[in-house]
Design a protein around this ligand. Structure first.
Ligand SMILES: [Zn+2]
Length: 419
């Protein structure tokens, strides 16, 4: 039974009501916090979700002290593999996430959407997806906060899929493991995730953008710290003696290739990107992030960085240099290629929903990159939101419902597998 009618889905489940509820609960994470979760308020939503999962028929519900919520939705296809569905509860720290007042713009007519606060305008000329959403209901915030469709749309989509499955046992499904995680927006979502306890063959995050978007690839990422140590002398007596580390650090930053920076790359191109500098005449260092989709080219980037630093040092023998490179995360494509059905079933599920799949490499990391590296292959599925992390964030309820269709088609593919 394929699901390809989002309007019917909107009548069958509480998708929109749940979403409007969730976005009003402040769950912003905080990169400056050392605790897990980074903010206690993420528990506010988790406690509500704990109750919702129970009401939907989930068992083995567990909310741990780090704000990871796990549950099992029993299947009806005993030979099928256990499959995971995931979303994150936190919203981005980039913009205000407190007091979100969602607005539903019914039957969108194609003109610019003007939000009541701070003259914020969502302009169709800058949002090509809007013209594909004429007559849809569009949900926005009110102008002075983000909306939080990232990732409360993903949570609402998963719960709605469970609601529909729970009401119709004729839809075949594997046992589903559900997880709602904290702190994804600050890159910590996979850190304390219990892969073994989760016990799924693979999982899918519902954390992507517009209809059809699926992600099987992320950047591979390393961090580099380059330190120059000079010779500090009182400037009044420095002639022929001072070796100013700051000047050499400046030269080093200057020789980084401009054409390999984030601001001049796109698509599958990688980059060098200085993110922080500190120091004084005696010692100065820069922190950089290195990114590429190809692990070998990423390693080459590290080697080139070392070469650039040592070239600077060659010009001044009294200068010492040190380059430290640490691994951050790896492209999940490598792990996914060992499990072709994880990708194939998703592409089929999107097509079965009547949507053209749009397979985009992510120029960043996702929870899926961390989880795939920990042994749980985890691609990402669209949940509908656009303009994440800012006041112009918006979502079409029809596209959210198409995400529910995709999940329902996907679980049936896995249920049929091996029967
Ligand atoms: Zn997200």
């Amino acid at each position: 039974m394929f699901f390809n009618n989002p309007h019917k889905i909107l009548e069958q489940c509480s998708l929109v009501y749940s979403f409007l509820d969730f976005v009003q609960i402040d769950t912003q994470s905080d990169p400056n916090s050392a605790t897990t979760p980074s903010t206690q308020k993420q528990f506010d939503l988790q406690k509500l979700l704990e109750k919702k999962l129970e009401a939907l028929g989930c068992v083995d519900i567990k909310l741990d002290d780090k704000a990871y919520l796990y549950a099992t939705f029993p299947g009806n296809a005993p030979k099928a593999k256990v499959i995971g569905l995931m979303a994150h509860v936190d919203t981005a720290p980039d913009f205000c996430g407190t007091d979100v007042k969602p607005i539903v713009h019914n039957s969108y007519n194609g003109s610019p959407i003007i939000l009541p606060e701070k003259d914020v305008v969502i302009d169709p000329s800058e949002n090509e997806e809007l013209e594909k959403c004429i007559r849809d209901s569009i949900i926005t915030a009110s102008g002075d906060t983000l909306l939080g469709a990232d990732d409360k749309a993903g949570i609402a989509v998963i719960l709605s899929a469970l609601e529909i499955l729970g009401n119709d046992d004729s839809i075949s499904r594997p046992t589903l493991r559900i997880a709602f995680t904290p702190d994804e927006e600050i890159g910590r979502g996979a850190l304390d995730f219990d892969v073994e306890g989760f016990g799924a063959y693979c999982a899918y995050t519902l954390d992507g953008g517009f209809a059809g978007e699926v992600n099987f690839e992320t950047f591979s990422a390393d961090k580099a710290e380059v330190t120059f140590t000079g010779v500090a002398v009182h400037p009044g007596f420095a002639k022929g003696k001072l070796v100013n580390a700051l000047r050499y650090l400046g030269k080093f930053l200057d020789v980084l290739p401009n054409e390999e920076s984030p601001e001049s790359t796109e698509g599958r191109q990688g980059f060098f990107h200085p993110v922080n500098v500190k120091g004084n005449a005696s010692e100065a260092s820069a922190e950089l992030i290195l990114r590429d989709f190809d692990d070998d080219i990423l390693a080459e980037r590290g080697a080139r960085l070392r070469q650039l630093a040592s070239d600077i040092a060659t010009s001044e023998p009294r200068l010492k240099t040190e380059v430290k490179i640490t691994r951050q995360y790896r492209n999940m494509a490598g792990v996914l290629s060992e499990h072709p059905k994880v990708r194939d079933f998703l592409l089929q599920a999107v097509a079965d929903a009547g949507i053209q799949p749009n397979d985009n490499p992510v120029r960043g990391g996702t929870d899926g990159s961390g989880l795939s590296a920990k042994g749980l292959p985890t691609p990402n599925i669209f949940a509908g939101g656009i303009n994440f992390h800012g006041p112009r964030e918006w979502i079409s309820t029809r596209v959210m419902a198409q995400s529910v269709c995709t999940v329902l088609n996907l679980v049936q593919r896995w249920a049929e597998d091996g029967q």
